[in-house]
Design a protein around this ligand. Structure first.
Ligand SMILES: CC(C)(COP(=O)(O)OP(=O)(O)OC[C@H]1O[C@@H](n2cnc3c(N)ncnc32)[C@H](O)[C@@H]1OP(=O)(O)O)[C@@H](O)C(=O)NCCC(=O)NCCS
Length: 137
């Protein structure tokens, strides 16, 4: 049975998912701090086995970033990513009631843009904004 948990901060599960999609897990202490400083997260399970994860980071009221949307390869294409995004966006809607000016960002991995477009995300350039930028080193 597919279930989910909010705000689970299990380092082993997080690292397992990172490894499963070839990102290479962080050291345990790094993952722990990342999870401790996460505002909100969704972990998805098939029975008791972790199969997906996604989180919101940010100042919790004005700016939030969607980060680390991960579905284990053998579960991809079964709407688990959609479940994770829907739950994160439910949380976003709650916060928008408190602050309608809330802005939500994400950095799509290459070729994942279409997945996020399904949830209303647009490329910044299409919203007449500058490019998103990242510090390379
Ligand atoms: C990207 C990812 C989270 C999608 O999760 P998923 O559970 O496979 O996606 P879903 O089954 O919920 O797909 C929802 C829709 O998005 C589409 N979609 C999913 N991945 C896509 C992709 N890479 N490109 C285009 N469309 C995609 C699906 O076809 C589906 O379309 P439909 O609603 O018309 O049927 C998952 O493939 C993944 O974990 N990838 C590896 C990690 C990663 O790159 N994460 C994103 C970091 S930015």
């Amino acid at each position: 049975m597919i279930t989910f948990k909010e705000n689970n901060k299990n380092v082993d599960e997080f690292n397992l998912l990172y490894d499963s999609v070839g990102w290479g897990a962080y050291d345990n202490e790094v993952s722990k701090k990342a999870l401790d400083n996460t505002f909100y997260s969704i972990s998805v399970y098939d029975d008791n086995k972790i199969i997906g994860y996604g989180r919101l980071i940010g100042d919790t009221i004005c700016f939030l970033y969607i980060q680390d949307i991960i579905v284990k390869p053998e579960y991809q294409g079964k709407k688990i990513g959609t479940l994770i995004m829907d739950k994160l966006l439910e949380k976003v809607s709650q916060i928008k009631k408190e602050n309608p000016c809330l802005r939500v960002y994400l950095g799509a991995s290459k070729n994942k843009e279409k997945f996020y477009e399904k949830f209303g995300f647009v490329k910044r350039i299409d919203a007449d904004l500058g490019y998103g930028m990242i510090l390379k080193k």
